[in-house]
Write a protein that binds this ligand. Structure first.
Ligand SMILES: NC(=O)c1ccc[n+]([C@@H]2O[C@H](COP(=O)([O-])OP(=O)(O)OC[C@H]3O[C@@H](n4cnc5c(N)ncnc54)[C@H](OP(=O)(O)O)[C@@H]3O)[C@@H](O)[C@H]2O)c1
Length: 327
């Protein structure tokens, strides 16, 4: 059984006297900074001047500093930049200003696990990875609840790295829900694998192909859209709340029988062999290397996919339906 930490296992006092800096004020940065401030932590924001994030931080009543300023003056620094931006920002704006004894917090292990950043031996390297987007982290916090997180210590220079990480998790609300202990390596590999195999790769692709199959066979796109895409939420909600067996109990016998014969016909040992290849590509660092090259080239693969999707029948059907159907 994984080790799980709750509010009773953490104390904000571990970081309340530290100067805490959040570098990056995007999805995670904004939510984490607001939660930290509401928990009584002295937070400073590091952001590029005249950017959208800078303006947002000002609108939220922060007085943003430069990233160099945060690197120089803060004791605990959360790096909440896009993973691919971290190496350059670290080299140019953080590393030259570092002194020993600081604690660094990451929301994803990618840059550290793949050695895109090489922090000195004289700092803590901590992971507090919320298991959802910043908006959800913030909205649950304001309701007195929390989002579960994964926590890890890669390097414990201070000797209190774990306590600091848990205090940070407490201050952003995650210990209210539970924080699972892991490692940077495990968090990175499992996170990348799940987004590729299921959440953002496998499942959306299955939806697209299923939609196209119906439409190519002459069925109405609106019906195909509702059954292949919209209804995913109903099943996802059942899976989330009552698990795989509960979901199967909640559907009709017709659906159960169809699932029993068609599921394994589509997703089987040959799929599993390909899933293993996906996992190996991540474990061997090939995916990280390719992704960094993609980023340096200006994201041609991502841009191409977005363009194709924008023009696709499925997306156009969804947009048209949005205005005419309550769902
Ligand atoms: N998104 C999620 O749901 C989620 C969930 C869990 C963990 N995480 C992790 O959280 C971390 C942050 O991700 P995110 O999704 O919050 O990022 P994001 O929303 O894309 O935020 C990016 C922030 O970084 C700034 N930034 C980007 N490039 C920069 C550069 N070259 N120099 C200076 N500032 C730059 C942006 O500022 P500008 O306005 O100046 O561009 C913005 O404030 C990542 O490690 C990610 O893996 C994300």
């Amino acid at each position: 059984m994984a080790k799980i930490f709750y509010e009773k296992d953490a104390s904000i006092s571990e970081i309340v006297d530290l100067s805490v800096g959040v570098i990056g004020y995007g999805n995670q940065g904004r939510a984490q900074a607001l939660n930290l401030r509401d928990s009584g932590i002295k937070v400073r924001i590091g952001a590029r001047k005249n950017s959208r994030s800078y303006e947002q931080a000002v609108a939220d009543h922060f007085a943003p500093d430069s990233i160099e300023e945060i690197a120089t003056n803060c004791d605990l620094i959360a790096i909440l930049l896009p993973d691919e931006a971290m190496p350059d920002v670290y080299t140019n704006s953080i590393e030259p200003y570092l002194s020993s004894g600081k604690s660094f917090v990451f929301a994803h292990g990618f840059a550290i696990h793949h050695k895109l950043l090489r922090l000195p031996d004289s700092v803590d390297i901590l992971l507090v990875a919320p298991t959802g987007p910043g908006k959800q982290l913030r909205s649950l916090f304001t309701q007195g609840k929390g989002l579960p997180a994964l926590v890890a210590v890669e390097q414990d220079f201070s000797g209190v790295g774990k306590q600091r990480g848990l205090a940070y998790a407490q201050a952003i609300g995650c210990t209210r829900a539970g924080c699972i202990e892991t490692t940077f390596a495990e968090e990175t590999v499992t996170d990348l694998y799940c987004e590729q195999a299921v959440l953002c790769g496998g499942m959306p692709e299955l939806i697209k192909k299923s939609f196209e199959t119906l439409v190519n066979s002459g069925y109405q796109p609106e019906l195909a859209y509702i059954s292949c895409l919209k209804e995913v939420k109903l099943i996802a909600d059942l899976l989330f709340s009552i698990g795989m067996d509960g979901m199967k109990d909640a559907i009709s016998n017709t659906a159960k029988y169809g699932a029993a014969i068609t599921g394994p016909e589509l997703i089987n040992a040959s799929t599993q062999a390909r899933l293993e290849q996906v996992l190996q590509r991540i474990e061997r660092g090939t995916f990280a290397r390719d992704f960094m090259a993609e980023s340096k080239a200006g994201h041609p693969t991502i841009n191409n996919m977005s363009e194709q999707e924008k023009r696709s029948k499925m997306v156009r059907t969804g947009k048209a339906l949005k205005d005419s159907l309550e769902f």
